[in-house]
Design a binder for this molecule. Structure first.
Ligand code: GRF
Length: 216
C-alpha cells in the first residue's frame, strides 16, 4: 500500500499532531507523517515529534518581511519533503489565498467547534456563553476564509452542567484526537472528494455515522 506523504503544521503543544502520528504508526494507515513544521521555534510539539522519530522543521514567520515570503518558504519546505497532504493542527497563522490555492483540496484543518458555529478563537467559552447543549470539533478542507471549507467530519460532545471552559475543552480535545486520524485516513484513501464545495464519499463510509460522532 502506498502511503500518502503528509506534513503537519503546528504552532504549539501538538496533541493533534501526536494523535495523527500515533495513528500513522499502524501498518495499514494510508498516510505517513513525513514532516512536522512549526512557525514557532519553541513549540512543545516539535519535541514530541522528534521523540516520535518524525522529521521536524521550523519556518519562523518572524524571520520574514511579509506573509508572502513566509509562505513561499513554507511551501518550499513542504515541497522538499515531497508533501502530498498538509494537516493544520493548532497552526496559528492565517494562510493567504495563494497558499490555500497551491494546496487546494490537499490542505485540511481541525477546529474546536461544530462549524459553522463558533469560528475563530475561544470557542469553548463562547459555546458555554451561548448555552449550546452539544459542542465538538470539525475537520474541514481549508479555504481562504478562516475556519471555512467543505466539512469532512465532525464529532460532538455534550455540554455538561457546571462545565468550565477547561473541562469542556478537554472533552472536545479527546474527540479531536479520535476524529482527525479518521478524517485524514478518508482523505489519504481518496474516499472523499469535494463536489460543489461539499464533501462527497466515493463509497459509503464503512461505519455509519453515529449520533455523537458523525463522519460521513
Ligand atoms: C486544538 O483545539 C485544535 O482544534 C485547534 O488548536 C488546538 C491545537 O491543540 N485548531 P494541539 O496543539 O493539537 O494540542
Amino acid at each position: 500500500m502506498e502511503r500518502r506523504r503528509t506534513a503537519i503544521l503546528i504552532s504549539g503543544r501538538g496533541s493533534n499532531m501526536s494523535a495523527l502520528a500515533a495513528a500513522a504508526m499502524e501498518p495499514d494507515y494510508p498516510a505517513e507523517i513525513s514532516l512536522v513544521v512549526s512557525n514557532r521555534p519553541d513549540a512543545a510539539g516539535l519535541v514530541r515529534a522528534r521523540e516520535m522519530g518524525i522529521a521536524i522543521d521550523v519556518v519562523d514567520h518572524k524571520a520574514f518581511g511579509d506573509k508572502a515570503a513566509f509562505e513561499a518558504a513554507l511551501t518550499a519546505t513542504l515541497e522538499r519533503a515531497g508533501t502530498e497532504i498538509v494537516c493544520l493542527a493548532g497552526f496559528m497563522r492565517l494562510l493567504s489565498e495563494d497558499f490555500v490555492h497551491r494546496w487546494h483540496d490537499r490542505l485540511i484543518n481541525i477546529h474546536p467547534s461544530l462549524l459553522p458555529a463558533f469560528t475563530g478563537l475561544n470557542t469553548h467559552v463562547r459555546a458555554l456563553d451561548a448555552g449550546v447543549k452539544l459542542h465538538g470539533c470539525t475537520v474541514h478542507y481549508v479555504r481562504a476564509a478562516m475556519d471555512n471549507g467543505p466539512i469532512i467530519g465532525q464529532a460532538a460532545v455534550p455540554v455538561l452542567p457546571g462545565d468550565t471552559p477547561e473541562a469542556l475543552g478537554d472533552r472536545v480535545l479527546a474527540a479531536e484526537h479520535q476524529l482527525y486520524p479518521r478524517a485524514l485516513a478518508l482523505v489519504a484513501r481518496e474516499e472523499v472528494r469535494v463536489v460543489d464545495e461539499l464533501v462527497r464519499f466515493s463509497t459509503p463510509p464503512a461505519k455509519p455515522p453515529g449520533m455523537l460522532l458523525s463522519i460521513g
